[in-house]
Design a protein around this ligand. Structure first.
Ligand SMILES: Cc1cc2nc3c(=O)[nH]c(=O)nc-3n(C[C@H](O)[C@H](O)[C@H](O)COP(=O)(O)OP(=O)(O)OC[C@H]3O[C@@H](n4cnc5c(N)ncnc54)[C@H](O)[C@@H]3O)c2cc1C
Length: 422
């Protein structure tokens, strides 16, 4: 592995056969997360492919010339030509490898793969998921001198890192940008000394053995596991939804309702959350239209009646969204009547989607006792039905899912674990 300056780019990159080039920056958590993977892979592929790093802040002109807009950015070169797709953000080992393998003959790739040595590491506690729940558990465990590793399929921060602003987390007078709040939480836990393995692929979780295999070759074992994997909102799947998430489309009324003061809002859904959250949103919105796929709500009777009698709420039944389009400050929602197939466009200032959340439990759904919605059941110390396995945050069976409640669960689990390990 080699570090170069822009002046060496021609010689080291363009005149070499196979190169992977990492534009990195300092004070860049995804760059830190990438650094150890890059170094590790350079040992594996280093004889066939040149691993080169370049400090973006000091080589801005070259970065601009190559249209490198964020750190880290990985570029692949073969005989002076850029090949494969660029990788940015929370880069996974498997994504880097996929591109590296494309640059080499099949038999060479097989030979390199045969040299991968499985590794095993031991900790007191594995925390799966580095959102507010996992990070808080990590902080308390670390401060109690418990050897802890946090493992996340993405970068640390969980939902908070993609939340526009957080105004209900105590301790801050002004609303905090979600990414800053999650960054502070993550740095606090990291500075204490917790180990992070982030932007990894989880190959297998064996709760009985208390063992997690990541990136296919690395086994991490511990005396206890804390599951803090959170939830994923169900998506409508309509075009435009993913692109407009956080830019006009929201999945949280408590978080984003306040930005809808005097504005027109569309809510998608018809269950309890959709109807109750709609009622909450009318505190802010001047007009709210609920779009529901069936001919009546599935929410409880009282909530339905309140919504139907609310003068600010209009309801369009038998209708599904087909597309979301950004139009300046507005969102155009294309809806279709599921019976007549007739389409129309609704213009609003914001769209809220409440068609359910799903707990992230795919890797261990058969091992743990769950409630009827698939959330993990815990006792008051956050213990699950399996000995040595705890769960915290949004993934557990509970009534209210907020940052403060996830943080509280993390605290409780960590204190209970620290006591048990003592
Ligand atoms: C858009 C939005 C805005 C919100 N705004 C607010 C707000 O303003 N105020 C508030 O109090 N609450 C808000 N919430 C709710 C709040 O974000 C959650 O309650 C909180 O983040 C839950 O924390 P958590 O740690 O349980 O889970 P999450 O924040 O969901 O974090 C879970 C972590 O686990 C990781 N993970 C998932 N699967 C795996 C796996 N198999 N292995 C390893 N890691 C995994 C994820 O990558 C993620 O980093 C908002 C929620 C959303 C969706």
């Amino acid at each position: 592995m080699k570090e170069i300056f822009a002046s060496e780019f021609k010689k080291e990159v363009l005149r070499s056969e196979n190169v992977i080039l990492d534009f990195y920056s300092t004070e860049c958590p995804p760059c830190e997360a990438l650094a150890s993977k890059f170094e590790d892979l350079s040992r594996l592929y280093g004889n066939e492919i040149k691993f080169i790093k370049i400090f973006r802040q000091q080589n801005r002109d070259l970065a601009d010339k190559l249209a490198v807009k964020s750190s880290p950015t990985l570029l692949y070169y073969k005989n002076g030509k850029e090949v494969a797709g660029r990788l940015t953000g929370g880069i996974k080992r498997s994504d880097i490898i996929r591109n590296l393998d494309r640059m080499l003959p099949v038999e060479k790739v097989a030979e390199i793969k045969s040299r991968i040595k499985p590794s095993v590491s031991e900790y007191d506690v594995i925390i799966l998921g580095a959102g507010p729940g996992g990070l808080t558990a990590g902080l308390y465990l670390c401060q109690a001198k418990v050897k802890t590793v946090l493992i996340d399929i993405s970068l640390p921060g969980g939902h908070v890192s993609t939340t526009h602003e957080v105004s209900n987390y105590p301790g801050f007078i002004e609303p905090q940008a979600g990414y800053m709040l999650s960054h502070s939480m993550s740095e606090q836990t990291k500075l204490c000394g917790s180990v992070y393995k982030v932007a990894v692929d989880i190959t297998k979780v064996d709760l009985d053995k208390r063992e997690v295999i990541i990136d296919e070759y690395e086994t991490v074992r511990a005396k206890k596991i804390v599951i803090a994997t959170g939830t994923t909102p169900n998506l409508t799947g309509a075009p435009g939804e993913k692109e407009l998430k956080g830019k006009g489309i929201s999945y949280c009324a408590t978080c984003d309702g306040k930005y809808m003061d005097g504005k027109e809002v569309i809510v998608i859904g018809g269950g309890n959350s959709a109807v109750e959250e709609s009622e909450f949103l009318t505190r802010f919105a001047s007009k709210l239209t609920i779009i529901h796929q069936f001919d009546k709500f599935t929410a409880n009777k009282q909530a339905q009646e309140r919504a139907l009698n609310n003068p600010k709420i209009a309801v369009i039944f038998d209708t599904e969204p087909r597309e979301f389009i950004k139009d300046g400050d507005k969102i155009i929602t294309v809806i279709e009547n599921v019976k007549t197939k007739e389409r129309q466009k609704l213009i609003s200032d914001g769209v809220f989607i409440f068609i359910g959340m799903k707990p992230n439990i795919e890797l261990f759904r058969n091992d743990l006792e769950l409630d009827k919605w698939g959330y993990i059941k815990t006792d008051e110390d956050m213990r699950t039905s399996l000995s040595g396995i705890y769960a915290v945050g949004d993934v557990i069976s509970k009534k209210y899912r907020q940052i403060t409640t996830a943080v509280a669960d993390g605290t409780i689990a960590a204190m209970a674990i620290a006591k048990e390990l003592n």
